[in-house]
Write a protein of this length. Structure first.
Length: 408
């Protein structure tokens, strides 16, 4: 070896040099308060209104067990245990497309990319569409994990004003013209965290604004099947003007089981192809055995009938929460009545701070999520999110009694 290029010897007693620093985005984007609160509520006896967790007793365990058994039986078992295509199993993509068509959105299997939960779909879209410094518009408040995702992408997040029904189209148009954002992220149906639903007229106007001003739309719909009253609203993706610019995200987590970690992305061809490349870099493909088991389940089981039973149970739980909030929350509090989904959004009177009061709630073995972290702009410390799906009506009533004592 040429002595001039030899690696210098490091004395055994030398002080180690620290490795290079983390990327700035890893240091500036915090963890999810929701996940942290869930860890605190795992102890026995806690009644939690915190996590948006489906009720485990409503999972179709027997049906899923049979689907996995069928998938792993016979010559097809080898395929289930093998690598697969990045786009996803054809039969699952077709099943997703068929369900989309049934809800009025023309969709083929080729329009669909299977993802490891809809959260991965959002991550793929951020990787595909966003450069550091790009502007993203969001509802205010919005889904917390979306804020994390956009933060890790280095985006600048700008909130769009909302009322009790969701996005205000005039405000969206004004901010889009002024800020020149790359995309709008929205959860228009039974939104997380507020539970509100954007009316059909506003959805059409959002599509028109996006087409007129040049804007990508990311429409997240994990809760749309969980409607307890009112009429179905077509996806924004189905409105004129949205056809060539809307990425629609869906999930099996809320209607089957979140542990499956199966979601899907429907997007225009060029965007979908770019997302496929991003997914190849992320995980090659979503679990083959899980995809084929769910495809088998959808072929052998009436998912809509199963979801109807889930809706009936969740409707009763929502009603139990709404019936008891007046006695549980301080006088002067306000809350909404969602037509579906998993969440009620509440606001305490002046002088209350939901984050500061959480410690007292946990001491009384009840939990909720403070609303402040969901705001991309100035937080409202008086807000809180209450999930009603995890516990029975009787447990909800007891949880509200504890909450009343905690909030004093």
């Amino acid at each position: 070896m040429d002595p001039a290029h030899a690696t210098p010897a490091v004395p055994a007693h030398a002080t180690p040099v620290a490795p290079p620093a983390f990327a700035a985005r890893a240091s500036t984007v915090g963890g999810s308060p929701v996940r942290e609160i869930l860890a605190l509520t795992e102890r026995p006896g806690v009644i939690s209104f915190a996590g948006g967790l489906p009720a485990p007793e409503l999972f179709d365990t027997a049906g899923l067990r049979a689907a996995y058994a069928a998938t792993l039986t016979g010559p097809g078992a080898a395929r289930a245990l093998q690598y697969s295509t990045t786009e996803g199993a054809p039969e699952l993509r077709e099943a997703v497309a068929a369900r989309a068509r049934a809800r009025g959105l023309a969709t083929t299997a080729g329009d669909v990319l299977v993802t490891t939960g809809s959260q991965q779909g959002l991550t793929l879209l951020a990787a595909t569409l966003l450069e550091p410094g790009d502007t993203v518009l969001v509802e205010d408040p919005t889904y917390l994990a979306a804020l994390q995702c956009f933060g890790l992408a280095g985006a600048r997040v700008v909130p769009v004003p909302c009322d009790e029904e969701g996005l205000l189209p005039d405000a969206l148009a004004e901010i889009t013209a002024r800020e020149r954002p790359k995309l709008l992220y929205t959860v228009p149906t039974f939104q997380n965290p507020t539970g509100r639903t954007l009316p059909g007229g506003r959805r059409a106007e959002v599509a028109r604004i996006a087409a007129r001003l040049g804007l990508w739309l990311v429409e997240d719909d994990p809760y749309g099947d969980l409607r307890y009253e009112g009429s179905h609203q077509p996806w924004i993706a189905a409105h004129p003007g949205a056809e060539d610019r809307t990425a629609l995200l869906g999930s099996f987590s809320k209607v089957m089981a979140p542990g499956l970690r199966l979601g899907w992305l429907r997007a225009p061809a060029a965007l979908r192809r770019a997302a496929v490349v991003a997914k190849q870099a992320a995980d090659l493909h979503t679990s083959t055995v899980d995809q084929l088991a769910v495809a088998h389940y959808l072929g052998a089981t009436d998912l809509d009938a199963h979801v109807a039973g889930v809706r009936e149970a969740y409707r009763a739980r929502r009603d139990a929460l709404l019936a008891g909030l007046g006695a549980a929350l301080p006088a002067g509090s306000q809350w909404n009545r969602p037509e579906g989904g998993m969440f009620v959004w509440a606001r305490l009177p002046a002088g209350y701070d939901a984050t500061a009061l959480l410690k007292s709630a946990l001491a009384h073995d009840v939990a909720y999520v403070p609303g402040a972290p969901f705001h991309a702009g100035a937080p409202d410390p008086r807000t809180l999110r209450l999930s009603f799906t995890t516990h029975t009506p009787d447990e909800i009533a007891e949880g509200l009694r504890r909450l009343h004592r905690a909030l004093g």
